[in-house]
Design a protein around this ligand. Structure first.
Ligand code: UT7
Length: 324
C-alpha cells in the first residue's frame, strides 16, 4: 500500500517579536493576566512585506531542504489558512510562484485553527491515490491583520507565523505498529457553533475583511472535550493506544487547554509539545510550527509516534497519528 511519509518540517516567523509587557503599553491588559490565563508570553507580528504567502513560502523552503529535495520535486501544495493574501487566488499558488515550482496542483483549505489537520488528511488521501508523489502541506497565518486591537479579550491571544511539512508517497507493507507515515486521520465539523468563533466580515456578506470575534469561555469548554475525544478516535483508527504515543503536538491556543486535554487522556504533560508561550495562537500554523520546533531541537526523532490535534472556528476539529 501507499503511505504518506513525513520527510521534512520547516517553519517561519515574522521578524517582530512582541512581549506581553509591550502589548500592555497600548492594550488594557497585563503580563500577569495573559500568562496566568493562557501561558502566552510572546507572539510574532507580521510587518510590511510579511504576508501569509511569504511566511508560508519561507516555511516551505525549510521543509523541502529538510526533506533533501528541491522545490521542483513538489507536485502538490495544500495550504491551510484563514488569512489568505487575497480573497483569490489561493495563497498556495503564491507559494508555488515564490518557490518557482512549475506545474503542480495548488489550493487552499479553510478550516481555521484545524486547517492544518484538514490539509494533512486531504494531502494524504491525494498521495494514496498514486496520482501525486510529493506534497507540501502548509499552515500559514497573519491573524494580526484580522484582530480588533481594541478588544483585549482576543487581541492578546494570537500571533503570526507558518509551518510546513513534506509528505512523500512511499510503498509500504508494514503494519501500523511499525510503519512510518500518516497512520490515521480523523476530522469533525459542527456548524451549529459558527457564532462562538468567527470573523464579522467577508466578501459575500459585508464586502470587507472583518475582525475576529470569540466567546472564549464557551470555546474553551468545547475544546477540551472535543480534542481528547478525537485523539482517542484517531488512535483507535490506527489500532494504537495512548501508551504508544511518544509526543502530542497540539494546537497552541491556551496552556490550560493543553494541560486539561492531556490529563483527560491520561498523558503525561512531558510528552506534550508546548510553544504557546513563544508563539501564542497562530491558528492553522500552530501545529506545524510546534512540530518543526520539536523536530529541530531533537525531541521528536525518526520512529517516534506523534499525534497532532487542533480545534477551531466552525467548530472544526481533528487529529492525525503519524510515525516519523
Ligand atoms: O484557536 C481556537 C481555539 N481558541 C481557544 O481555544 C480559546 C479558548 N478560550 C480561552 O483560551 C480562554 O477562555 C480565554 C483565554 C480567551 C479567556 O480566559 P477566561 O479564563 O475564560 O477569562 P474570561 O473570558 O472569562 O474573562 C475573565 C475576566 C473578565 O473580567 P470580569 O468580567 O471577570 O471582570 C475579562 O473582562 O478577564 C477579563 N479579561 C482580561 N483582563 C486583562 C479578558 N481579557 C483580558 C485581558 N487582560 N487581555
Amino acid at each position: 500500500m501507499i503511505r504518506s511519509v513525513l520527510t521534512g518540517t520547516g517553519s517561519a516567523l515574522p521578524v517582530r517579536r512582541v512581549s506581553n509587557a509591550e502589548l500592555a503599553e497600548t492594550v488594557d491588559t497585563s503580563d500577569a493576566w495573559i500568562v496566568e490565563r493562557t501561558g502566552i508570553r510572546f507572539r510574532h507580528i507580521a510587518g510590511p512585506g510579511e504576508t501569509t504567502g511569504t511566511l508560508g513560502a519561507d516555511a516551505a523552503r525549510a521543509a523541502i531542504a529538510a526533506a533533501g529535495l528541491v522545490p521542483t520535486d513538489i507536485d502538490l501544495i495544500v495550504l491551510a489558512t484563514a488569512t489568505p493574501d487575497q480573497t483569490f487566488p489561493a495563497t498556495a499558488t503564491k507559494v508555488q510562484a515564490l518557490l518557482e515550482i512549475g506545474d503542480c496542483v495548488a489550493f487552499d483549505v479553510a478550516a481555521v485553527c484545524s486547517g492544518f489537520l484538514y490539509a494533512v488528511q486531504v494531502a494524504d488521501a491525494m498521495l494514496r491515490t498514486g496520482i501525486h508523489k510529493r506534497a507540501l502541506v502548509i499552515g500559514a497565518e497573519t491573524f494580526s491583520r484580522i484582530l480588533d486591537w481594541e478588544d483585549r479579550a482576543t487581541c492578546v491571544l494570537f500571533g503570526d507565523g507558518a509551518g510546513a511539512i513534506v509528505l512523500e508517497a512511499h510503498d509500504s507493507d508494514d503494519t501500523p505498529a511499525d510503519a512510518r507515515g500518516v497512520l490515521a486521520t480523523r476530522l469533525h465539523a459542527d456548524g451549529r457553533h459558527n457564532d462562538l468563533l468567527y470573523v464579522d466580515g467577508g466578501p459575500s456578506t459585508t464586502g470587507t475583511v472583518g475582525k475576529l470575534r470569540m466567546k472564549g469561555r464557551e470555546v474553551f469548554r468545547h475544546a477540551v472535550t472535543n480534542l481528547s475525544a478525537v485523539m482517542g478516535e484517531s488512535l483507535d483508527l490506527a489500532g494504537l493506544t495512548t501508551a504508544d504515543v511518544d509526543w502530542v503536538v497540539p494546537h497552541q491556543a491556551n496552556a490550560r487547554i493543553l494541560d486539561a486535554t492531556a490529563r483527560k487522556l491520561g498523558l503525561s504533560p512531558d510528552r506534550v509539545v508546548v510553544t504557546v508561550d513563544q508563539h501564542a495562537n497562530t491558528s492553522a500554523a500552530s501545529v506545524p510550527l510546534a512540530l518543526d520546533v520539536a523536530t529541530r531541537d531533537g525531541r521528536i526523532k525518526r520512529g517516534h509516534l506523534v499525534v497532532l490535534e487542533a480545534m477551531g472556528g466552525g467548530f472544526t476539529w481533528g487529529a492525525a497519528v503519524i510515525r516519523m
